[in-house]
Design a protein around this ligand. Sequence first.
Ligand code: 5AD
Ligand code: SF4
Length: 464
Amino acid sequence: MTDTKRVFIKSYGCQMNVYDAERMGEALAAEGYQQTQSVDDADLVLLNTCHIREKAAEKVYSELGRIRVLKEERKAEGRALSVGVAGCVAQAEGDEIVRRAPTVDFVVGPQSYHRLPALLERSRAQPGVVDIDFPAEDKFDALPGRTRPGLISRGPTAFLTVQEGCDKFCAFCVVPYTRGAEVSRPVARIIAEAEDLAAAGVREVTLLGQNVNAYHGEGPDGRVWDLARLCYRLSEIEGLARIRYTTSHPLDMTDSLIEAHRDLPTLMPYLHLPVQAGSDRILAAMNRRHAAEEYVRLIERIRAARPDIALSGDFIVGFPGETDADFEDTMRLVETVRYASAYSFKYSSRPGTPAAGKGEQVPEPVKGERLQRLQALLNEQADEFNRSMVGRTFDILLEKPGRREGQLTGRSPYLQPVHLSAPHAAIGDVMQVTVTDVAGHSLFAEPVGSVSAEAPRVAVGGAA
Ligand code: 5AD
Ligand code: SF4
């Protein structure tokens, strides 16, 4: 028996938190920590928290209550358990966490987790350390590389943070406060990370940023590169077959990025472009800085460049002051755009945001009713989109074993899960398939050539 230490990382919230959790795991692996899926055999528990919507902090405190009991049981057995809180609740609440939950040994923010090993060490001598600085150094420079042998064992897809923070200050949103100002990583670092991932077998990267299409990183030529240029460069990396990016703001959807969707076969035809609301009055109150009509025109331009693109969005119902008429504008916008998938939420007041102090709160039952109607419409559109796939032929990336023996699950270019019979060794392959059936959000397919000649086939391609 070795005395390997084990860390259990629980991540809440967005894809960037998933990415951060992975990087924290790698930083700890360099210190001899292995990851475990069970809190029971962990020596270190790390909660990587989310602050975007209501009750996030309360959920963290109740989870910490359970962990406190576990820690006491351990103590009785003479074994230690370290407890850390990371992520956006850590950033927002800081010292308050160690005051309210003395079981917490350390608190670490989203910009300082490269100091996790040192922090862990310090907290052993003096529990209750808090590091939520936005340090001068770049955390990515201080983190270990991504492909040291034994450091990661992963599937063929990966997230890659290219941009963090947000300068948009939508009136409802905590992100500009928890993640800070918009910062883009230099192109060379991103390329190096993508090359490492490709060398480790990754075939698809999803570029992450709170406002990813505002990316403006320093290029190797000393110039500022935008996201489109970065995508062209990433497309040259051997082995990388697919590129995705999320999340985008309509104002930063530039002509060059739209052209990249037209020209780059590696850039997948799926776009998450939140609009939040369809009423100009509410959009203005949200500080979104565009009108509903401008969004609709933008979608038309994107579709002209890439006709088959699948659109996704985020919606908030019940923003302060939203009337029935405002809500009907949102429904109308959804009817006009037609989404392949979408996320929708009831507005929740977030402390410290401009909308939080506003009167005219929409009553809870009204929010509930609006959300139900909106989700019914969005689900109808998603079902229709999924059904329209039957008989179509496209490439999928085989990602993981399926639910049944002999089955694998992959993703369509439009991000839908696709199930088919294929050998385990095919994981990581890009395979041309024809869709035979659809159930809920999942598609079923067969490799091209194995479907009977009668099956209708519609090739999916770009505008060219
Ligand atoms: N209330 C409800 N939804 C919110 N979102 C962000 N802040 C709030 C809030 N205060 C939603 C937005 C955003 C998504 C990530 O979460 O729709 O795009
Ligand atoms: Fe929040 Fe997105 Fe608005 Fe930035 S653009 S403030 S991350 S909702």
